[in-house]
Ligand binder design. Structure first.
Ligand code: RIB
Ligand code: CA
Length: 321
């Protein structure tokens, strides 16, 4: 039994790893990739997605739809200082490669409506496309089976500011709308979950490098820039919130503890723009989300090692691999 899903992504670094999980995990039935403005320049993100599809040996097999090129209200905010170009300088002859003509928001609405309650969406970038789909189709939240969001922090520190995690910071209005829409939503937060259980230290990175496969080389390249940044800011390894989000959808047994929270996102504050208020039920607020609090970290790492150990043959030659 496979899980039909769409990955909505601002493809850079761990987004690429999340796409590999969606493309290669036998539990996944990846129906589409939808692109949203986030980490790095939009067209660079699209190139990163195509390179990832090729690295997985699946270029041309999964439709790529272009979505919102900027947040709903605010100007785009880049994380190029963190991720570089998002794929470690990898490149590929992209001649003849075209994204789908259908806009990502239309694709999300259509795919959810075609099989009401069946489709899962893994949203690992700013929530602009998801919020736009809500505006376009009032039935979208009802049609989506489950929504898995990488974003926010659970009463913890931010990453782009002290208060806010990047995905919610870039488009706080979109995030606020999504949590008010009635989705069956599960949240993978930055802090504490990602920082405590989804960071790959040098020992784990050595295990991946020792696989000696094209995908382990690909992993090392796309994560290199962010690893350098992470170590500069006191994180001892590569961070994997996006691939964790895909992994817990496909393998719920990885979740050791979660709880119901009321999640809302700050849109009015200056210091607190994008802050995720996660109330644990003692403030008289009805829960609207399941927040993951603990995972099987070794099991998650083993899952990624299994994916990266696949001896795929890139669909097109990737320069730099
Ligand atoms: O804060 C982490 C999130 O922001 C991840 O999705 C990463 O890809 C960036 O988009
Ligand atoms: Ca992302």
């Amino acid at each position: 039994m496979t899980t039909p899903l769409v990955i909505d992504t601002d493809t850079a670094q761990d987004d690429c790893v999340a796409l590999l999980v969606g493309l290669l995990d036998p539990a996944a039935d990846l129906r589409a990739i939808t692109m949203v403005a986030g980490n790095v320049g939009f067209d660079q993100q699209v190139r990163n997605a195509f390179v990832t599809l090729s690295a997985a040996g699946r270029l041309g097999e999964v439709p790529v739809h272009l979505g919102c090129r900027r947040p709903l209200v605010r100007p785009w905010v880049s994380a190029e200082n963190v991720h570089g170009d998002g794929s470690g300088g990898l490149s590929m002859d992209a001649s003849g490669l075209e994204p789908e003509p259908e806009h990502a928001v239309d694709a999300l609405v259509r795919l959810a409506a075609e099989n009401p309650g069946e489709l899962s969406i893994v949203a690992i970038g700013p929530l602009t496309n998801i919020a736009a789909a809500l505006a376009k189709d009032p039935g979208f939240a009802r049609n989506v089976g489950s929504l898995y969001v990488m974003g926010g922090s659970n009463n913890g520190r931010g990453n782009i500011t002290a208060a806010a995690e990047f995905n919610f910071y870039v488009d706080p209005e979109a995030a606020k709308a999504v949590f008010a829409a009635g989705f069956d939503v599960t949240v993978v937060p930055w802090d504490p979950l990602t920082l405590r259980q989804a960071v790959f230290d040098q020992e784990r990175l050595d295990v991946i490098a020792a696989l000696g496969t094209p995908l382990s080389d690909f992993f090392g390249r796309v994560c290199a820039a962010t690893l350098e940044f992470d170590r500069r800011v006191g994180i001892d390894g590569t961070t994997h919130p996006d691939s964790l989000t895909a992994a817990v959808l496909l393998h719920p047994e990885l979740v050791r503890r979660s709880a119901r929270y009321h999640v809302d996102v700050e849109t009015a504050g200056e210091l607190t723009r994008g802050y995720s208020a996660m109330s644990w039920g003692v403030h008289g607020l009805a829960a609207n989300a399941t927040v993951i609090e603990e995972i099987d970290s070794e099991g998650f790492f083993a899952l990624l090692v299994e994916v990266l150990s696949r001896r795929t043959v890139p669909t097109r030659e990737i320069t730099g691999l």
